[in-house]
Write a new protein. Structure first.
Length: 193
């Protein structure tokens, strides 16, 4: 099976944020963000150079994956991706995100980006489940995922290796039948602003 181009996707528009496919022009921002100590704590060492970043972010990987720059009013603030957990079926998707700009953190933008991609995955792509797997120590991320409607299914020990250390994963999911309530909470919070 050939894997899709991770940049071949239409933009995904939310109420405030826009998720647009990554381009080669975004690589310097990605490299800068990935060198931020707060990002490195959970993502490990950044790509060594622009050539490696190009390979990681602009070329197909092991699963069908699409990668986006998260924009707040046109300003790039982070990276988000979604992928199909199984190469032969599109019923379950996984997502990953980081907010790279330090002044954009703790402002609800990560939660909104997650909600935006959830709406797209559930309502446009028709997935049944969306998965995310932060490290249990990443409380900031877990709070954002819970606000978006994810529930903790359990902790998988030694789920991934980041550089030279093993990392556990807090396996979190949201199901298609849970999305309407999560979406209603989102829209309710938007109206109260």
């Amino acid at each position: 099976m050939s894997l899709p181009d991770p940049t071949d996707h239409e933009p995904i528009q939310g109420p405030r944020l826009r998720l647009r496919p990554i381009t080669p022009d975004d690589l310097p921002d990605l490299m800068r963000w990935l060198r931020d100590p707060d990002v490195m704590d959970f993502y490990g060492l950044p790509p060594a150079d622009l050539a490696e970043a190009r390979q990681v972010y602009l070329e197909p990987s092991g699963l069908p994956t699409w990668r986006f720059i998260v924009e707040d009013r046109g300003r790039p603030i982070g990276e988000m991706q979604y992928y199909y957990s199984y190469t032969d079926a599109a019923w379950s998707a996984g997502i990953d995100i980081f907010i790279g700009e330090p002044d954009a953190r703790d402002r609800g933008l990560g939660t909104e980006a997650i909600r935006t991609v959830l709406q797209y995955l559930f309502e446009t792509k028709g997935v049944s489940r969306v998965v995310i797997d932060p490290e249990p120590t990443n409380r900031r991320a877990i709070r954002a995922y819970e606000k978006a409607g994810f529930r903790l299914d359990g902790v998988i020990r030694r789920h991934m290796k980041i550089d030279d250390r093993w990392a556990d994963a807090a396996f979190m999911t949201i199901l298609d039948e849970e999305w309407p309530a999560a979406k209603a909470r989102w829209h309710s919070s938007e109206r109260s602003r």
